[in-house]
Design a protein around this ligand. Structure first.
Ligand code: PEP
Ligand code: MN
Length: 347
């Protein structure tokens, strides 16, 4: 860490700060400038105690971290792309994965119809959401335990893989026999207790970016999963809160590209929750793929007009084929580029 002292800090001030740096188990190196003195605190910022407390000393102007708050998720630590296997479907590497399904499980009939349409299009990783985090406690919260029974029945028939959001540790256990990947929703992106429990589940985890989460916070949440033993993590950009009401959230296309540069983990996008509007899902899907996303999570419904949740953003499942057809040129281009990047450069 770098500690910048105030102008005209005295020798006593420099000695006080330097002693405190040592007491926090960093080696102090004093750099005397023309006007200001800087002390470099040398040490592993992830294992030593933070030097931020030095900001409290009257002679200190600022303290700047040198190391990032995450390590295991970073590309510097692990240069090659991580590929996550969800029941045989690979997310990451040189292809674009499509995950889709309804916002929530509403009935056996609705969920079965959705899965039947999706499998006919070759989509094998399906959103299966028996628990719904809702902004209002009066809104539909999902079928819960009844929804899990429906999942079992549909899985038995179609042999598909499910991605399911969990809101708390008890739901991890409840879904263990039927889901293939747990989802951490935007509202729980920094719920560290949940992340630690999920890391020990032995299944892949799809981690959404928080409603107003920075890229660093998102990657640091992923770091919790890796530190606690989960290597199979998929990052998902779902739009961040903005001041504009035209779209539900603001899809951070730059965030997708940045997360791909900063981390080896696969990054997918959720253009449905980002846009909140059916007609905007396709352009946002194209933008995400063009920015380097490794996949998309798309909400579809057999009859969106009557959906219990997110009715205005779900694509009718019968339109998904046409949607994917229109997306195809973007996917082909992105896959060609990804494959070229993975190939070793010839001498
Ligand atoms: C969801 O994918 O079902 C969901 C609730 O999305 P988010 O957590 O991104 O709001
Ligand atoms: Mn939804």
């Amino acid at each position: 860490m770098i500690i910048i002292l105030k102008r005209h800090a005295s020798e006593t001030d420099i000695a006080t700060v330097s002693d405190m740096v040592s007491s926090l188990r960093y080696q102090p190196r004093i750099i005397r400038g023309v006007e200001q003195t800087v002390i470099a605190g040398i040490g592993d910022e992830l294992s030593n105690r933070s030097l931020e407390v030095l900001k409290n000393l009257p002679a200190v102007e600022s303290v700047i971290a040198v190391q990032k708050k995450y390590k295991l998720v970073s590309r510097e630590y692990h240069p090659s792309d991580t590929v996550v296997n969800v029941g045989g479907t690979l997310i990451g590497g040189d292809h674009i994965a499509i995950l889709a399904g309804p916002c929530s499980i509403e009935s056996l009939e609705q969920f079965r119809a959705a899965v039947s349409d999706l499998t006919a299009m070759g989509i094998r990783v399906i959103r299966a959401m028996p628990f719904k985090p809702r902004t209002s406690p009066y809104d539909f919260q999902g079928l819960k335990w009844e929804g899990i029974k429906i999942m079992r029945e549909v899985k038995e028939e179609f042999k598909v893989s499910f991605v399911s959001e969990v809101l708390g540790p008890s739901q991890i256990e409840a879904l263990a026999d039927v889901t293939d990947m747990y989802q951490v929703g935007a509202r729980n992106s920094q719920n560290y207790d949940l992340l630690e429990h999920l890391a020990r589940s032995g299944k892949p985890v799809l981690l959404k970016r928080g409603l107003a989460g920075t890229i660093e916070e998102w990657l640091t949440s992923a770091e919790y999963l890796l530190v606690n033993g989960c290597q199979q993590v998929v990052l998902c950009e779902r739009g961040i809160r903005s001041y504009d009401k035209v779209t539900r959230n603001l899809l951070d296309v730059g965030g997708i590209a940045a997360a791909k540069q900063l981390s080896h983990l696969p990054v997918i996008a959720d253009p449905s929750h980002a846009s909140g509007k059916r007609d905007l899902v396709l352009p946002l899907a194209k933008a995400s793929v063009a920015a380097g996303a490794d996949g998309l999570e798309i909400e579809i419904h057999p009859d969106p007009v009557h959906a219990y949740s997110d009715a205005s953003q779900q694509i009718p499942s019968e339109h998904l084929k046409e949607f994917l057809e229109q997306l195809k040129p973007w996917i082909q281009l992105a896959e060609t580029e990804k494959a070229a990047r993975q190939k070793p450069v010839e001498e």
